[in-house]
Write a protein that binds this ligand. Structure first.
Ligand code: LLP
Length: 417
């Protein structure tokens, strides 16, 4: 459920008509619902209430300060993957003791920043990274909390670009070799082994891959006990999918029902890293139809948002729903059309071969389910300014990121004279 609904024939975010925001802020813009966002987070809190847990919102899904801040105020920690995300999480008020840091390529500069900030743990992905963390921590006279990211080799049954827990993926340390890595890390003076981590993929729509992965992880935790390594945190990653079209992914409570009893027996605190599931359906991208055209009988709605603003359709052939902002448009005859942007690439589409009502020049449409991996993957390609982001709370809206200016586009650049 989300808070983008029609009232009096107009698509609203909570109590604010999107048309009003479009008039005042201009288009395109991302619009997020504070109510949906926080409700989705609370659903996780509720689902896992029977076990000690920490929900670390995956900042990569949507890293706007206001979004992170709303979740932090509701009690969330953060899962980060770069120094930049750490900077954002701290600026948004996240308690460093609730921050976990994953990623295969952490630089020494980033490791130092995280250590000095006092984060909860690094989710380390290779033995060379362990050496790097240990060395930086020794230099700073600090101890680093570390979990190793274990790759459990389960198939999350999702798009190949976003499955991460298979042997052939670059992520983590193979579960077969991981015990050795823990032995190695246990020797390191400035590393404190406090956890184990996994993340098997994204947009997962079944419970079974999670159940398989958790079983393997728990068996591994037992092996660790066997060599006298007693960890405190089991981080099961993120990845629960959302409904873009007709998927029916399990609810967090359904997932919890299957895995909490086993996890509870471990006595550990369970860390989770949901991103998409919290913010995906809490956001839409609103765009205006610039032109409509027909080529060889094919209809195109050319809109003012492009693949640089929302790359998911181009990159993963992802389906994003399209809805008219004025409901009356939905009553018009339907036709098959592409919704395309102004970018010089044939891959620049937001919807392809889609049955849609006949939009007219100047009308607004909402690209649904765009809150996750929308703005956070946006670029300035074709020297397009990144769009405004708006957060709605009740009957008020706030521009939480201003639309970029032409000057923003060339910040830091110079000619050589
Ligand atoms: N934890 C780790 C270590 C991750 O790598 C990810 C996502 C998450 C948590 C959050 O996963 P989520 O709950 O959002 O599924 N750009 C792609 C998705 C890439 C996901 C990368 N890792 C897309 O637009 O579908």
């Amino acid at each position: 459920m989300h808070d983008f609904q029609y009232a009096n024939g107009a698509l609203h975010c909570e109590s604010v008509p999107l048309e009003k925001i479009a008039q005042e802020v201009g288009t395109p813009f991302y619009c997020y619902s504070q109510n949906t966002l926080v409700r989705h987070f609370k659903v996780y809190e509720e689902a896992f209430k029977d076990v000690n847990h920490l929900i670390c919102y995956a900042v990569k899904a949507n890293s706007n300060l206001a979004i992170i801040n709303e979740l932090v105020k509701a009690g969330a920690g953060c899962d980060i993957v770069s120094g930049g995300e750490l900077f954002r999480a701290l600026k948004a008020g996240c308690d460093p003791k609730k921050i976990v840091y994953a990623g295969v390529g952490k630089t020494e500069e980033e490791i130092e920043y995280a250590l000095k900030s006092g984060i909860l743990m690094f989710n380390a992905e290779s033995s060379q990274e362990l050496f790097a963390i240990d060395a930086v921590a020794a230099r700073l006279g600090l101890k680093a909390g570390v979990a190793l990211r274990v790759n459990p080799d389960v198939d999350p049954k999702t798009h190949p670009y976003i499955s991460t827990g298979l042997k052939k993926n670059k992520f983590g340390i193979s579960i077969d070799g991981a015990l050795e890595e823990y032995r190695l890390a246990a020797q390191m003076k400035n590393i404190q082994l406090i956890g184990v981590h996994q993340h098997i993929g994204s947009q997962i729509t079944q419970v079974s891959p999670f159940v398989d992965a958790v079983e393997r992880l728990l068996a591994f935790v037992e092996k660790l006990k066997g060599i006298n390594i007693n960890i405190k945190y089991i981080d099961i990653g993120g990845g629960l999918g959302i409904t873009y079209k007709d998927e029916s992914p399990p609810l967090p409570a359904e997932l919890a029902k299957e895995i909490v009893p086993q996890l509870k027996k471990s006595g550990c605190t369970i860390v989770m890293e949901p991103g998409r599931n919290i913010v995906g359906n809490a956001g839409v991208l609103v765009s205006r139809v610039l032109y409509t055209k027909k080529n060889e009988g094919k209809t195109f709605f050319v809109v003012d948002a492009g693949m640089n603003d929302l790359v998911r359709p181009a990159m993963y052939q992802a389906h994003q729903g399209i809805q008219p902002v004025d409901h009356a448009v939905a009553d018009r005859p339907k036709l098959e059309a592409d919704v395309v942007g102004p970018i010089c690439e044939s891959g620049d589409f937001l919807a392809k071969d889609r049955i849609l009502p006949e939009f007219k020049k100047g009308e607004l449409l909402a690209v649904m389910s765009a809150g996750a991996y929308g703005f956070s993957m946006a670029s300035n390609y074709n020297s397009r300014r990144r769009v405004a982001e708006v957060l709605v709370k009740g009957s008020a809206y706030h521009v939480v990121r201003a639309r970029e200016t032409w000057e923003d586009l060339i910040r830091g650049e110079k000619t050589i004279g």
